[in-house]
Write a protein that binds this ligand. Structure first.
Ligand code: SF4
Length: 728
């Protein structure tokens, strides 16, 4: 019989839902024994120690966000720990033409520190940069920011979270003075009357979240989905609007136009709790539904119906019935050249309908990456210091410098946002340290990005596996992940979570924190913290008084709060309960009033033309995650989603002579990607869709644009002009 299992309650390694999961380490299992179960809730992955242990994963019933449910990715997560595909030794490329070869930790750290030091000495400190990841724990994200500003003293740090929801973050700050993905618990979704879900396919990206939407509809609520594709999420909607990608600002203005024309505004709320409506009203009056139809491709009748539904009206001219409502956006509306403006257009609609600042109402952004929220709160973003402080704010610099024991004047200023930072590689940025990111697959215009990384004088990568980016590196550090280390994360609701360690890492692997500590020692800054609880304690002090104030949080509190309502930031004192619902009394602006932001619709920078007559939009599938560096190594996920596809409408397929399953090449001004044809009428006839999880010939980001939203630095992933043909 197996010995009793040791259970560790922790959280999923993937998305921002951060589902609670239980890991059972069964000891006393004969080597090679396996229960053969792989039914989506358990698996027989070994910890690889050869010591007769077996690791199983199941949902954690008492963690309220997922209530025990896991998606396919979470249910197979222990396979990520299997050593077969892991890096277990540092690797060095000793000369440009040499292969990567195994090295000791001292050799690798000495080599990396010497190269970074020589480049900084020869070309200035700004010649060294850092590129982080939205999946890293707070402790790692915070340490990367501190390492950049204190050890390297470079301004150049940014992360792949810039690609995730920076547009929504910028828009929320403009409107509310605060950016927290959802300013309310996800469970509130089930209690609201009307949801307007824009550019999100939750059914594939975070299936356990769907139960709240199902309950909302069972409670009599209504769901409006805005998406160019009829996804599994859109299938559940009462009303599905299928706009041309990149026209959200016009569509939102059209809905607002209907509220104005049909006297459905919440004038009392606008007067009492907002500023700036008149300018927004003037812009909305230019977007009557027929004009919206011409620009967005959404029938004018549907624009009117959506506006009435959202306002609680029936179109009879009678006053709207008082309803609650939410607008939730995700990457579809945010990853555009006007991403922040488009989100503000949706927020304007939310405010005009009075659906903010009260229970079961509000605007929220559905964060994608596991710690996409926390990653930008604590210093991994080019313009921020811990606590969501501005790096240009003298008081913030003084406070953080005091915690770090350095002179505020020694802290660099803001660096470049991710796309610019990557584009600078090989020119003024000559050395780059990448942690928790695979930009060769995930960055827009990936061929260009690959060429810039290849042009660096020195590239170091911390990763768990040999990703496409690690394969280009001069030094690769094999690092711990998820269940092999303690750390904290903030999920999409601003709930701060403790990830507990369940197993030891494979021999030869160290934490990213130890990599930074080892480099700091060699770069003349000994004593860099490497213990997660100690780092969190320092982070909490550094965040004190900031917008994202974690100073009342500790590992002990997070441990104790893990099964209840949880602790949502801000939490400024050890006895403070946190703030699950923000803005009920006041918004986060200096005068406490929400701000309407006057925005217009700008046509996509790259409109279809004779040579590139269609639009490409990209996204995720259920069984793969982001750049696929992790999920492409899980056999059952690969079996479910083995490679890229190109979704196209039957009319478009007939026009270009493509049949189901044909290899289809999608080509833009930047490059091509090939996938198997998936032909159905669930997508607009002028638009094709590709998931972006693969490298090589199927890399969708070879086609996408590195044009960015000027407000947030978000790349315009979701609209590229392309041609489509059979790949012969
Ligand atoms: Fe993990 Fe997200 Fe799936 Fe939950 S929904 S199991 S957090 S990938």
């Amino acid at each position: 019989m197996d010995a009793p299992a040791a259970v560790t309650r922790t959280h999923c390694p993937y998305c921002a839902l951060q589902c609670g999961m239980e890991l059972r380490v069964d000891s006393g299992v004969p080597d090679g024994a396996d229960d053969g179960i792989n039914n989506g809730t358990t698996n027989g992955a070994s910890d690889g120690a050869g010591n007769g242990t077996r690791l199983r994963v199941s949902g954690w019933d008492k963690f309220p966000v997922n209530g025990g449910a896991l998606c396919q990715k979470g249910a197979t997560a222990t396979e990520l720990l299997a050593p077969a595909s892991r890096l277990t030794s540092p690797l060095i490329r000793r000369s440009r033409d040499a292969e990567l070869e195994a090295a000791t930790w001292d050799e690798a750290l000495d080599f990396a520190a010497a190269r970074m030091s020589a480049i900084a000495a020869g070309h200035g400190r700004d010649a060294v940069g850092i590129f982080g990841g939205g999946g890293l724990t707070h402790e790692k994200a915070y340490s990367l920011g501190k390492f950049a500003r204190v050890v390297l003293q470079t301004p150049h740090i940014d992360y792949n979270g810039r690609f995730c929801m920076s547009a929504a973050a910028a828009a929320s700050q403009r409107a509310f003075g605060v950016d927290r993905g959802l300013p309310f618990p996800l469970a509130d979704v089930a209690q609201t009357d009307v949801i307007l879900l824009v550019g999100s396919n939750l059914a594939d990206t975070m299936p356990p979240a769907l139960r709240y939407f199902t309950t909302q509809r069972e409670n009599g609520g209504r769901l409006i989905v805005v998406d160019p594709r009829r996804t599994r999420t859109a299938e559940q909607a009462d009303l599905h609007l299928q706009p041309v990608p990149g026209t959200d600002a016009a569509l939102a203005a059209g809905l607002l136009h209907v509220l104005i024309a049909e006297h459905l505004l919440d004038e009392e709320f606008i007067a009492a709790r907002t500023n700036g409506f008149e300018e927004v009203r003037a812009e909305a009056l230019r977007w009557w539904p027929e004009r919206v139809e011409a620009v967005c491709g959404v029938p004018a009748g549907d624009v009117r119906a959506a506006a009435r539904l959202f306002a609680g009206a029936d179109g009879s001219g009678k006053p709207a019935r008082p309803t609650t409502g939410m607008v939730l956006t995700a990457r579809g509306t945010e990853q555009q050249a006007d991403g922040a403006d488009a989100v503000n257009a949706w927020i304007n609609l939310t405010l005009a309908a009075g659906k903010a600042g009260r229970p079961y109402c509000g605007y929220g952004a559905i964060t994608g990456q596991g710690n996409g929220q926390g990653g930008r709160e604590h210093g991994q973003k080019a313009d921020q210091l811990p606590g969501y402080r501005k790096i240009t704010d003298p008081a913030a610099r003084e406070h953080v410098a005091r915690v770090w024991g350095v002179d505020a004047d020694s802290l660099p200023g803001p660096g470049r946002p991710a796309v610019e930072l990557l584009a600078s590689c090989g020119t003024d940025i000559r050395a780059l340290l990448v942690a928790g990111s695979n930009p060769v697959v995930s960055a827009p215009d990936a061929q260009f990005v690959t060429s810039r990384l290849a042009a660096l004088e020195f590239l170091a990568v911390c990763d768990v596996v040999m990703s496409e980016t690690a394969a280009l590196a001069d030094v690769v550090f094999p690092v711990t992940q998820w269940a092999e280390e303690a750390g904290t994360m903030t999920n999409l609701e601003g709930r701060v979570l403790l990830r507990r360690k369940a197993v030891d890492p494979p021999e030869g692997v160290r934490s990213d924190l130890e990599v930074l500590g080892g480099l700091a020692d060699r770069l003349g800054r000994p004593g860099f913290l490497t213990s997660p609880p100690e780092i969190f304690e320092e982070l909490a002090r550094a965040s004190a008084g900031g917008v994202a104030d974690y100073s009342g949080l500790s590992y002990a509190r997070l441990d104790a709060a893990s099964e209840g309502p949880g602790l949502h930031w801000p939490c400024p004192a050890p006895n403070h309960p946190g703030v699950p619902r923000m803005f009920l009394d006041a918004f986060g602006t200096p005068d406490g009033r929400a701000r309407f932001v006057a925005v217009g619709h700008e046509p996509a920078v790259e409109e279809p033309c004779a040579e590139y007559p269609y639009r490409l939009t990209t996204g995720r599938v259920l069984a793969q995650y982001q750049s696929g560096a992790q999920t492409r190594r899980v056999p059952s996920l690969n079996a479910a989603a083995p490679g890229p596809y190109v979704q196209l409408h039957p009319d478009l397929a007939a026009a270009v002579g493509v049949s189901e399953g044909d290899p289809v090449r999608v080509t833009s001004r930047r490059g091509s990607a090939v996938g198997a044809a998936l032909i159905n009428d669930l997508i607009r006839p002028d638009t094709v869709f590709m998931p972006f999880h693969w490298g090589g010939a199927g890399r969708a980001n070879s086609v996408t644009r590195r044009t960015t939203d000027p407000v947030s630095g978000m790349p315009a992933f979701k609209t590229a002009a392309v041609r489509v043909e059979v790949a012969r």
